[in-house]
Write a protein that binds this ligand. Structure first.
Ligand SMILES: Nc1ncnc2c1ncn2[C@@H]1O[C@H](COP(=O)(O)OP(=O)(O)OP(=O)(O)O)[C@@H](O)[C@H]1O
Length: 375
C-alpha cells in the first residue's frame, strides 16, 4: 500500500525543485512547466514526474540527476522516483511563447547585453582562441555569457569548447549547448561532419539573423561574436543586425599584421560601430631560462591601437598582450580553454585581465531606459 502523501514534505520538495535549472534553458524547471507532479510521502519516498521538451532530450540524465539530488537533499526525503514524460504540443507551444520573441532580443531598448564582435585582419592570429577564453573567463566571474560563432567558413568554436552535442530544437526554437558555463551557437552544429559552408551574402545574413532570433540565449550579460577574419559580408551583417555591437580587434605584434588588422577595425568608421579595444596575441614566448623571445617582433598592438584611435578619432585602448603558450593550443585541441584548464598560467591571467577590462568599463546607458526589476 502506498504511504499517505505528506503535504508539508511535498511543499518543501517543490521548493527544492524550484532550484533545479533546465541545463539548456537555464531557468527553474518549475517555471518552465517541466514538473507535472511532485509529491512526497510519509514514508520518506517521493515521486516526481518531469516533462521533457522533446523525447530525445540529450540532457535527460542530467535532469534526472539534478532532480534526484535536489529532492533527496530535502530533510525527510530518502528516495525519489523520477518519471520522464514528454510535453504535449500545446505545452511545448506555451513554453515557446514564454521564451521567444521574434525580434533580435539584444537590440531591444531595454537590453543590457554587452555585444562584442572579435575581429582580426587575417586568419590564424588567435581570434577564436581568445574569444572562447575571454568568454570562459567572464563566465567564471559569474557573468551570463554567450558566443555566436559567426566565422561561418572557418567555424572552430564548438571544438575549442569541447562541444559535440547538437543544439536541441523545440519546434523552431533552438537551445544553444552550454560548455564551461557559456552558451554557444555555431553553424558547425548544423552541418554534417566537416562539410564546408559555401554560402555568401544573403544566406550568411539570414543564418546570422536566425542565430540571433531563433536561438534562445535568455538574458545575457555579454554576447561575443567570433567574426570571420577580414572585412567581409558578415562584418556588414553584424553591424546591421547588431548596430550596438562593439569590435575587439586582435593582432599579432608584427607591424604588417597590425596594418591588415587596421582595415578590419576601420570598418567601424563606415558601420558606426565602436572599437572597444585591441588585443595583441602571441606577444612573446617565455624560454626555460625565464627570458622572453619575440618570434613575431613587437609593438604591433600599440601601433594598431594608436592608428585606430587616430583614424576613428576615438580612444581605442590596447587592452592587453597575451604571450604564446603551448598549453593554450593544447587546451583548444582538447576542448578545454586555457583559462579553465590552467587559470594560473601567464596567458590565462592576461586574458582574465582583458576580460575584466572589457566588462568593467561602464556600458553607455545614455538614452536607454533602465528597466530594473528588483529581485
Ligand atoms: N597565445 C597563443 N599561444 C599559443 N598558441 C596560440 C595562441 N593563440 C592562438 N594560438 C594557436 O594559433 C592557432 C590559430 O589560432 P585561432 O584558430 O584561435 O586563430 P584565428 O585567428 O581564430 O584563426 P581563423 O580566423 O583562421 O579561425 C591555433 O592553433 C591556436 O591554438
Amino acid at each position: 500500500m502506498t504511504s499517505p502523501a505528506n503535504p508539508d514534505l511535498t511543499r518543501r520538495l517543490n521548493a527544492a525543485l524550484a532550484h533545479v535549472q533546465d541545463p539548456e534553458l537555464r531557468r527553474p524547471i518549475t517555471d518552465l512547466g517541466m514538473v507535472a507532479d511532485a509529491t512526497a510521502y510519509d514514508d520518506g519516498t517521493a515521486a516526481v514526474d518531469v516533462l521533457l521538451t522533446i523525447a530525445g532530450c540529450p540532457l535527460r540524465n542530467t535532469i534526472v540527476d539534478d532532480v534526484t539530488r535536489a529532492a533527496t537533499a530535502v530533510d525527510g526525503i530518502d528516495s525519489v522516483d523520477v518519471t520522464l514524460d514528454v510535453m504535449t504540443p500545446e505545452q511545448r507551444k506555451a513554453l515557446k511563447d514564454q521564451l521567444t520573441s521574434r525580434t533580435v532580443p539584444f537590440t531591444q531598448p531595454n537590453s543590457l547585453t554587452r555585444i562584442i564582435g572579435v575581429a582580426s585582419g587575417k586568419g590564424g592570429v588567435g581570434k577564436s582562441s581568445l574569444t572562447v577564453n575571454l568568454a570562459c573567463s567572464m563566465a567564471a566571474e559569474g557573468l551570463r555569457v554567450g558566443i555566436v560563432d559567426a566565422d561561418v567558413h572557418g567555424f572552430s568554436v564548438p571544438s575549442l569548447m569541447g562541444i559535440t552535442q547538437a543544439p536541441t530544437r523545440v519546434d523552431e526554437m533552438i537551445l544553444p549547448p552550454v560548455a564551461h558555463g557559456v552558451k554557444v551557437i555555431s553553424i558547425g552544429m548544423f552541418v554534417e561532419g566537416n562539410q564546408p559552408v559555401v554560402w555568401r551574402g544573403p544566406m550568411l545574413h539570414r543564418a546570422l539573423e536566425q542565430f540571433l532570433t531563433d536561438v534562445h540565449f535568455g538574458d545575457l550579460d555579454v554576447l561575443l561574436l567570433d567574426l570571420p577574419p577580414g572585412t567581409g559580408d558578415i562584418a556588414i551583417s553584424v553591424s546591421q543586425l547588431l548596430p550596438e555591437s562593439g569590435l575587439l580587434v586582435v593582432t599579432t605584434p608584427q607591424s604588417a599584421a597590425a596594418e591588415v588588422a587596421e582595415r578590419a577595425g576601420a570598418v567601424a568608421s563606415t558601420t558606426g560601430q565602436k572599437v572597444v579595444g585591441v588585443v595583441e596575441n602571441m606577444s612573446w614566448l617565455e624560454l626555460p631560462d625565464g627570458s622572453r623571445m619575440e618570434p613575431f617582433g613587437s609593438g604591433g598592438g600599440a601601433l594598431l591601437a594608436g592608428r585606430l584611435s587616430e583614424g576613428l578619432d576615438a580612444d581605442v585602448p590596447l587592452l592587453g598582450s597575451v604571450p604564446m603558450e603551448p598549453r593554450l593550443r593544447e587546451g583548444g585541441d582538447a576542448g578545454t580553454p586555457l583559462v579553465v584548464s590552467d587559470p594560473e598560467s601567464a596567458a590565462a591571467q592576461e586574458i582574465a585581465a582583458i576580460a575584466r577590462r572589457l566588462t568593467h568599463t561602464p556600458r553607455g546607458l545614455a538614452g536607454m531606459p533602465l528597466n530594473v526589476t528588483p529581485s
